[in-house]
Design a binder for this molecule. Structure first.
Ligand SMILES: Nc1ncnc2c1ncn2[C@@H]1O[C@H](COP(=O)(O)OP(=O)(O)O)[C@@H](O)[C@H]1O
Ligand SMILES: [Mg+2]
Length: 505
């Protein structure tokens, strides 16, 4: 049996010396064998006591998770390189579920779903480990969502406001700016104390590198963590990524922190899970997804919560992303996700092509929780905005047919166009609350109604500098400011009119 002893030595990581010594004291161990292996899954026999989601150790050091328990064999997803696992080789049960390192040591790092570094740095020196699957907080442990999560995107903060502890789906076709919305939200947290966790599932390595680079450049990377299961990672690792990221995030939440979790994206996650399930020969259901596809997403997103004061008042805000085909939001995975979350931000390729970026279709987007959390100064200005904007869009379509319009209608349309231009925003330039209030006030008071449309961008980029000089109190507004006081409002309007005058020429 020399081969067996060598094998043992390999996966236990002991030297032959110690094995010889240990052999003197007999011990009982359950050992199974790999029956079939390939494409990131393996079937194992001879481990009858394995429990669901138990971590298994394969010869060669590869780890796997038992996801399918049968009488004769167990189906297992591999969390490492499948080519290192051979049919007939030994498998050992651990009696443990998969755990990941958690804690401050992770901040600023890029890791995979098992907490192994992907940034070329040293192993994460964490003192604590947490299971990747954890039950969601119970009802009594939860509190109402009361504080806003500022995205720095005017269109979102004004019309689809998010709250800390909310779950908001970002949905749209490919290349409509979904990732960009999430990244800008992460970047905007440089002015808050929110910790950001970005989970990349099935994304191209180049796209992930771009996200990390932008957050490093514009955001607060020391408060960010990237958990990556890229497109060429084993499907098991991709599938595990959002759960691991969520456990890492929950550690901070338990310590009373506010955490933002971006999952980019759950469509790819569903595809990885479908692949695993089909390879394990589970019966396929609608669109060939396994029957529990709804449950795997709801049990993940239910972990987002605002915790009650007895639990430390932390919050986990989830921004899952879903990709649609040709705008079809009634496909299986999108409808599932829409029903699980507290609203959605819908990105429209038509708006994107018209250069209205962020390409958010306000009419199809909704935030079912965040409205009550909006900063009072912003709320006062955005109350009737959705309605006003919808009416303008309708009116504009109507007048496209060359209808003669009266002076009043023409004014309404010109005003609406100013509003639409103000909602346009470049990437990596999130606005502060003061700037958002100023922009909405400028629209509401008609301060930019006479400004040519192509000067609005100049108006927006000059705004922060201008206010610093002419109305610095406006930039000091916070989510706690009860209302804009009249004197400040008058000063701000005067400053905005002056700025409009100075950029118009
Ligand atoms: N607000 C914006 N202004 C300008 N360009 C943008 C904006 N949002 C996104 N883009 C660009 O659009 C492209 C697609 O965005 P991305 O977020 O990767 O789309 P998705 O995640 O939906 O596939 C990227 O090249 C990005 O730089
Ligand atoms: Mg993307």
């Amino acid at each position: 049996m020399p081969g067996l002893v060598e094998d043992l030595a390999h996966w236990v990581g002991l030297t032959r010396d110690r094995i010889d010594r240990l052999a003197l004291q007999p011990s009982l161990e359950q050992i199974g064998r790999v029956m079939r292996v390939g494409d990131g899954v393996a079937t194992v026999s001879g481990l009858p006591e394995t429990r669901l989601d138990e971590l298994l150790l394969f010869a060669g050091g590869v780890q796997g998770l038992a996801v399918d328990l049968g009488e004769q064999a167990i189906g297992c997803v591999l969390l490492g390189d499948a080519t290192r696992v051979a049919a007939g080789s030994i498998v050992r049960g651990t009696g443990e579920v998969a755990r990941v390192p958690v804690g401050d040591a992770l901040l600023g790092r890029t890791v995979d779903a098992l907490g192994q570094p992907l940034d070329g740095g040293e192993a994460v020196a964490a003192a604590t480990f947490a299971p990747v699957e954890q039950p969601a907080p119970a009802i009594v442990e939860r509190d109402l969502v009361t504080r806003p999560l500022a995205t720095g995107l005017l269109v979102v903060d004004a019309m689809i406001p998010l709250g800390r502890g909310q779950r908001e789906l970002i949905i749209g076709d490919r290349a409509t700016g979904k990732t960009a919305v999430a990244v800008d939200t992460m970047i905007n947290q440089r002015h808050s104390d929110v910790i950001c966790v970005y989970a990349a599932v099935g994304q191209k390595a180049s796209a992930v590198a771009e996200v990390i680079a932008s957050v490093r450049q514009y955001g607060a990377p020391e408060r960010c963590l990237f958990v990556v299961g890229e497109a060429d990672a084993p499907p098991g690792l991709q599938w595990l990524t959002p759960y691991s990221a969520c456990s890492m995030a929950e550690h901070f939440v338990a310590a009373g922190r506010d955490v933002l979790l971006v999952i980019d994206d759950l469509t790819k996650h569903a595809a990885a899970y479908r692949q695993i399930s089909l390879l394990l020969r589970r019966p396929p259901g609608r669109e060939a997804y396994p029957g529990d596809i709804f449950y795997i997403h709801s049990r993940l997103l239910e972990r987002a919560a605002k915790l009650a004061p007895e639990r430390g008042s932390g919050s986990l805000t989830a921004l899952p992303i879903a990709e649609t085909q040709a705008g079809n939001i009634s496909a299986y995975i999108p409808t599932n996700l829409i029903s699980i979350t507290d609203g959605q931000i819908y990105l429209d390729p038509r708006l994107f092509n018209e250069d209205q970026k962020p390409a958010i279709d306000v009419g199809k987007s909704v935030s079912r929780v965040g409205g009550k959390t909006q900063a009072p100064v912003l709320q006062a200005l955005s109350e009737s905005l959705r309605l006003e904007y919808a009416q303008f869009l309708e009116l504009e379509v109507f007048t496209r047919f060359g209808t003669m319009v009266d002076e009043r209608t023409r004014k309404v349309i010109e005003h609406g166009r100013r509003l639409r231009a103000v909602l346009r925003q470049p990437q990596f330039a999130p606005l502060s609350l003061g700037e958002e209030v100023a922009l909405l006030l400028a629209v509401a008071e008609g301060a930019i109604d006479d400004l040519p449309l192509d000067r609005i961008d100049a108006f927006r980029s000059a705004l922060a500098g201008w206010l610093t000089e002419h109305c610095p109190e406006a930039l000091a507004l916070t989510e706690h400011t009860p209302a804009l006081d009249l004197a400040l409002k008058a000063r701000l309007i005067a400053a905005l009119r002056a700025l409009a005058g100075s950029v118009s020429g």
